[in-house]
Design a protein around this ligand. Structure first.
Ligand code: GDP
Ligand code: MG
Length: 395
């Protein structure tokens, strides 16, 4: 079976936030919007005639039994890895990501807790975007967040959007790269959006802010594609942090956030080869490609009421099919793949085959726990944790 989505169209991301900043809301909106691109987030399930309790159940499934949920946006497979709330001694879930979205409460701003999240992401060398949420609330202060990120001195914040209106009067968002605006004509939560010209009273500020993006990422001129590419390169080098904004609650700015994940966060194919140790003790590498021997890392196990124990695995190289044998190289145990599923917001998709870049759940593994390497028995390898910074954001 050939690959259906090219590896450079994968994004494996984590969404990080301090409690109450809106991580769950952002995640739910992303999954709803991406599943049904033309339907408004909360309208979608209602349109399907789903009763309220099903909606509740689905939401619980997202946050509790799925360690990684996939959706499709602009022909990209975006998989959101659910990061356990307390992961102090276990950064395995962070280690399988290629990029992160840090959700910051626009009212609370960059607290010590948010700064600690920045530290964690930077220690892993992960590419990151910031989404400043809750701009619909009085007291939300986008510029204060940008200033606080700048004051950290680690990476330069680059504002990619300007809000139109503030607080309850948040009416739209200007996209500074494309120089166009999204407007919501009514105040409701899922008001239909309109693409319009930038309002004339904001044009000068937008032009200035756009020029600042160009300076920050070293791109001259007005070409949209070139500017986007320069931002992507700068994000991967860790030099800049793009800042987006909106209100997840009102479903404002979520599509643009998805666009930014596609445009600026790295694909598995952008990452360096994964280092490991072979059976003979020699160092080896596994490139992110289908024609390499199979290797992957188990990063979470969950007990699912329907499927029993599921082991979530990030595949780094090669192809693996149901029915085939694998080796857990850490415990030196053979494992057989019975069922394999890809988790979506509302269902588990049975799959027969998974490839480099995929994050899938395997049922029936007996000897595998978090952090173990699974590999081709004919090409044993123990994968190393990705080292901080080297080879990640900036190869
Ligand atoms: N006004 C407003 N409230 C929001 C927004 N996003 C989330 N919330 C609310 O903030 C609270 C915490 O959100 P939640 O997504 O559970 O945050 P989490 O703890 O980071 O997962 C909930 O009551 C949400 O409804 C937003 O954009 N605007
Ligand atoms: Mg939550």
């Amino acid at each position: 079976m050939p690959r259906t989505i090219p590896l450079d169209r994968y994004r494996n991301i984590g969404i990080l936030a301090r409690l109450d900043a809106g991580r769950t809301t952002v995640t739910e909106r992303i999954l709803a919007v991406a599943d049904r691109p033309d339907a408004a987030a909360t309208g979608a399930r209602a349109a399907l005639g789903m009763p309220a309790w099903v909606e509740q159940d689905n939401e619980r499934q997202i946050t509790l039994t799925s360690a990684a949920t996939s959706c499709v946006w602009r022909d990209c497979r975006i998989t959101i890895v659910e990061l356990p709330a307390s992961r102090r001694n276990d950064d395995q879930a962070l280690a399988v990501l290629d990029g992160t979205v840090l959700v910051i409460d626009g009212v609370g701003g960059v607290t010590d807790g948010v700064a600690a999240l920045f530290d964690e992401i930077e220690a892993q060398g992960l590419a990151r975007l910031v989404f400043v949420n809750k701009l619909d609330l009085e007291g939300a202060d986008l510029s204060a967040v940008v200033a606080a990120i700048a004051a950290r001195g680690t990476a330069k914040p680059v504002l990619l959007q300007l809000p139109i209106g503030a607080g309850a009067g948040l009416r739209g968002i200007v996209d500074l790269i494309e120089m166009r605006a999204t407007l919501w004509r009514t105040a409701g939560h899922d008001a239909p959006a309109e693409e319009v010209e930038i309002p004339s009273d904001l044009l000068a500020a937008a032009q200035l802010a756009r020029a600042e993006i160009g300076v920050a990422v070293g791109a001259k001129g007005a070409d949209v594609v070139a500017l986007r590419q320069a931002v992507k390169v700068a994000v991967r080098s860790g030099m800049v942090v793009p800042v987006l904004c909106g209100s997840a609650f009102r479903n404002r700015g979520v599509r643009r956030l998805l666009d930014a994940v596609v445009d600026f966060l790295p694909a598995p194919s952008d990452m360096a080869a994964h280092a490991g140790v072979a059976a003979d003790g020699h160092r080896v590498e596994r490139r992110p490609a289908d024609d390499e021997p199979f290797s992957g890392v188990a990063f979470q196990t969950v007990d699912d009421p329907m499927s029993g124990r599921l082991t979530f695995v990030r595949i780094y190289s090669g192809v693996v099919a149901t029915g085939s044998s694998m080796l857990n190289s850490v415990t030196a145990s053979p494992e057989k793949i019975g069922r394999m599923v890809r988790m979506h917001a509302n269902h588990a998709e049975e799959i027969k085959e998974a490839r480099a870049g995929d994050i899938v759940a395997l049922a029936g593994l007996e000897h595998t726990t978090t952090g173990d390497t699974l590999c081709d028995p004919d090409a044993p390898v123990i994968l190393e944790r990705m080292p901080a910074t080297a080879g990640r954001a900036g190869h």
